[in-house]
Design a binder for this molecule. Structure first.
Ligand SMILES: NC(=O)C1=CN([C@@H]2O[C@H](COP(=O)(O)OP(=O)(O)OC[C@H]3O[C@@H](n4cnc5c(N)ncnc54)[C@H](O)[C@@H]3O)[C@@H](O)[C@H]2O)C=CC1
Ligand SMILES: O=C(O)[C@H]1O[C@H](OP(=O)(O)OP(=O)(O)OC[C@H]2O[C@@H](n3ccc(=O)[nH]c3=O)[C@H](O)[C@@H]2O)[C@H](O)[C@@H](O)[C@@H]1O
Length: 439
């Protein structure tokens, strides 16, 4: 089959490469011409495990190409996936749907025959009818264009694996037995035949499924982090508590790692977007619990700042702090709403000299936070530090022998905000170690 993917960022580039891997002929389209050039060389403009291999394989085979032209995309086929960004509106938690509506409006004039527009971008419930209206208004094929909702559940750093072997597929339509359903089932045939649960729903349920899933994942993280707060006051150990709770299969240990809390381009944004939409729908009371999820998450960042000031004194001027981690989680270069950088910046604002290191995210971090210092090597990064903060749990950090580090610092003190470092090993190496979620 032939298909396009409009919007080739973390989601779209991965989706394009993966549907090519499924055997389809794919045209990726992005309004960012530099991104298009990079993708056409078989490389991702960001770091995502296994993605460069797939991009190289399929750009070489000729099954995957990228363009910046809507006309070329519209002419290429009658199946178009849309994965453009849906960031937060400045100053509010609502989604900014400008890119989505812009992409649909610009693609539409080229749609002269029946087509399926399958939207993967995350939106607030109630967006699909607006997309259908825009297509009716701007596409020559008018109401022969079908809108399908196909929310994406991939995790960055497992994006290829999650796209090719998802836990489930969700397909949302406005009518039952739609033509679009047959087309999408064909596009995903290999995934469906491998036994992946495929759930068909109406538009609203499919839209809501995405926000609800991310809200639940955020809730699970904030639940264990709220337990961490209680552990800190009561002398208990949150990691052991999580292990005990997780043995109950109704609770489960996955997605319940205590620590610095969630960040990234999605969980914080989607939690806020979900609450805002519920308020608009007069269902604000129903999501009261989710407001607390955001508050617990913010307190984890503050807790690290407070611990740093407990160790170094409230006046941080002249103090040198090393931060291990800039990415919002390991195995990505994505720094959107990175908890590590938020803490680094706050400590800088309090007067400390903050040096950040990260295996993949330094270039992105430098652009967003020129006020921080950057060092490539995590070992030299601790030179003359008064305090080390372990904020993103890259294996490159956790494998470092603490004995090699202690003598390089001004003072061997570390705050382990991800609860991963081996406390005994660090203590034996002469470090004072503080962890979140320990009494
Ligand atoms: N990053 C992820 O892991 C996941 C993201 N999502 C959702 O997917 C959507 C995209 O997210 P990301 O890929 O992370 O964002 P991104 O910012 O990495 O990529 C968005 C891409 O869309 C392009 N774009 C913007 N406006 C355009 C237009 N009018 N026409 C063509 N291209 C346009 C941008 O140039 C950019 O390359 C968001 O709604 C996000 O919530 C959903 C699941 C996973
Ligand atoms: O909508 C999206 O874009 C995606 O958002 C998340 O994926 P992602 O943001 O890539 O990363 P996660 O692995 O979920 O981690 C999110 C944040 O939570 C933190 N986290 C995660 C899990 C955990 O147990 N504890 C925890 O603190 C991570 O450090 C990270 O900052 C969801 O897991 C995906 O299913 C979803 O598709």
């Amino acid at each position: 089959m032939k298909m396009t993917v409009i919007g080739c960022g973390y989601l779209g580039a991965t989706h394009a490469a993966c549907v090519a891997e499924l055997g389809h002929e794919v045209l990726g389209m992005d309004s960012d011409i530099d991104k298009v050039h990079t993708l056409n060389t078989g490389k991702a403009p960001f770091f995502e495990r296994d993605l460069d291999d797939l991009l190289a394989k399929h750009t070489e085979s000729g099954r995957l190409k990228f363009t910046a032209s809507y006309g070329e995309a519209a002419d290429f086929t009658d199946l178009h996936f849309i994965g453009v960004g849906t960031p937060q509106q400045p100053g509010t938690d609502a989604y900014d749907l400008t890119h989505l509506f812009d992409a649909v409006t610009k693609l539409a004039p080229g749609l002269t025959t029946p087509a399926v527009i399958a939207v993967k971008s995350t939106v607030h419930v109630g967006t699909a009818p607006r997309v259908a209206e825009l297509l009716c208004e701007h596409a020559p094929a008018g109401d022969l264009i079908e809108v399908a909702w196909n929310p994406e559940f991939l995790r960055e750093s497992f994006a290829v694996e999650d796209t090719l072997r998802p836990d489930r597929l969700v397909l949302g339509f406005n009518t039952t037995h739609s033509w679009a359903e047959a087309i999408l089932r064909q596009a995903f045939a290999k995934i469906i035949e491998s036994g992946t649960p495929t759930l068909v729903a109406d538009w609203a349920t499919a839209e809501l499924a995405k926000g609800a899933a991310n809200s639940f994942l955020a809730t699970k993280i904030s639940f264990i982090n709220s337990m961490a707060e209680v552990c800190e006051k009561s002398g208990a150990n949150v990691a052991e508590l999580a292990d005990i709770l997780g043995q109950d299969i109704r609770i489960g240990r996955r997605g319940m790692r205590p620590g610095l809390g969630f960040g990234g381009g999605c969980l914080p944004k989607d939690l806020g977007g979900f609450i805002t939409r519920a308020d608009e729908l007069d269902a604000g009371e129903a999501v009261g619990m989710l407001r607390e999820v955001g508050a617990v998450n913010a307190r984890r960042r503050q807790r690290v700042i407070d611990l740093a000031r407990e160790e170094l004194g409230t006046d941080l001027r002249g103090k040198r702090i090393t931060v291990w981690g800039a990415a919002f989680k390991p195995e990505t270069d994505d720094i959107r709403d990175s908890p590590a950088l938020a803490v680094a910046q706050a400590l800088h604002d309090l007067g400390a000299t903050v040096t950040v290191t990260d295996p993949k995210a330094l270039d992105n971090a430098r652009k967003l936070h020129p006020e921080l210092d950057y060092v490539e090597d995590p070992i030299t990064a601790v030179d003359a530090a008064d305090l080390l903060l372990h904020l993103t749990e890259w294996p490159q950090f956790t494998h470092i022998d603490p004995k090699r580090l202690a003598t390089r610092t001004n003072s061997p003190k570390v705050i382990d905000a991800r609860g991963i470092l081996n406390t005994n090993q660090w203590r034996d190496a002469g470090w004072i170690i503080r962890s979140l979620g320990l009494g």
